[in-house]
Design a protein around this ligand. Sequence first.
Ligand code: MTE
Length: 312
Amino acid sequence: MQTIRSSEITPEHIYVSRRKFMSSASKIAVGAAMMAACSRQSDSTDTSLDAGNISTDVDELGDSWTNYTSIANYNNFYEFSVNKERVAAMAQDFKITPWEIDVGGLVKNPGRYQIENLLTKFDQEERVYRLRCVEGWSMVVPWMGFPLKRLLDEVEPTMNARYVRFETLYDPVQLPGQNDGWYSWPYVEGLRLDEAFHDLTILATGIYGRTLLPQNGAPLRLVVPWKYGFKSIKSIVRIDLVDQQPITLWMKAAPNEYGFYANVNPNVHHPRWSQDTERRIGELGRRDTLLFNGYAEQVDHLYSNMDLQHNF
Ligand code: MTE
């Protein structure tokens, strides 16, 4: 993450309205069809997801959902651009079919999954989560997806598996940012096994009941709501169970700035800026950063014996 202006840093809060709003992939397909129909009419007529409409919904802390337009147009996806406002346009032709995800490493049943199979195999549920970027901005996103643990149960990690390693597609033709030698591509992220099995951890396949857009990490993207957004790796093609802590792209790029754990924590500051407060996209002013992004009750037991200053 690059240095950010102090004007970019602000607020936030907690947990999930967990309506099982869509129970199957077919409904995601209906969402996609609706979207296609709307965009055929013209962008300006597609007001169905505007702030006055669906975004009056709130999360369990009473925070409004961020409007769809902001979620779809303010993105970190360095494989396309480091400029958040350019990512959406650059990503629009990204090819997401066919798409396969290899799941392997220390598992009893390694497998290659077509994205369509994951959509039908696992119930797709809505999870409304706060997304807090390490840079100091945040959103409330109504994701669609399924718990990562469902897939892990399917492949059955062996006794030696201790971490999960995730990898984004490597394709410098489609992802021009991968020609930037400053970073070690492909994008890699990781979780400890218990974090990966936690019920809050999902693989996201949609937003606002619509199919995930390329700029948000289509067709499959990790979401770990109590951690900084950079853990939520996009456009995943490989998931491996491993015995060593994975070295992530950000740990390689700046080990003193980005750690493996990356739990949202107002008491552990980035070396170049404070994490006391954050800016909620769509709001003026700033709000306090919440420990574990407001999910402490659900996750603090995972870190009870750890020094979080050291394990940042
Ligand atoms: N995944 C990949 N492959 N490449 C990226 O650059 N950026 C991360 C994360 N996942 C990133 C990524 C960061 S820093 C954030 S804050 C979130 O994606 C942003 O997700 P959004 O654009 O959907 O809001």
